[in-house]
Design a binder for this molecule. Sequence first.
Ligand code: GCU
Length: 127
Amino acid sequence: TDPVDYQAENAAIDQGAVESNHAGFTGTGFVNYDNVAGSSVEWTVNVPAAGTYDVVVRYANGTTTDRPLDFSVNGSISASGVGFGGTGAWPNWTTRTVKVTLAAGVNKIKAVATTANGGPNVDKITL
Ligand code: GCU
């Protein structure tokens, strides 16, 4: 099946804001995680079959400090401390792929910041 985009601005955001002040995002904006550990974005996704999926995270980090995220699926940790390093500037977007195991049908994928810097700016996930 074709990849599907899930925009961060349409996800459930805890301690973050939808913004659009840095060019290059897709959809209508991106999520600026609050600069605190525990800030998060949770997407609801739908897949046809159970299995391991490549989740392509489109993000920007205009600092030179890594902003790791923990990924959980349906409440269980799936990938810990995934690094989102500097991209040179806030309007410079790139992707990082995270492998997660999903059940058939609806799943919740949550990406939680693990440091006081919060997460990178996140545009969308694609899977
Ligand atoms: C700047 C930038 C934001 C970013 C923030 C951060 O304020 O404009 O887009 O989210 O830094 O460091 O998290």
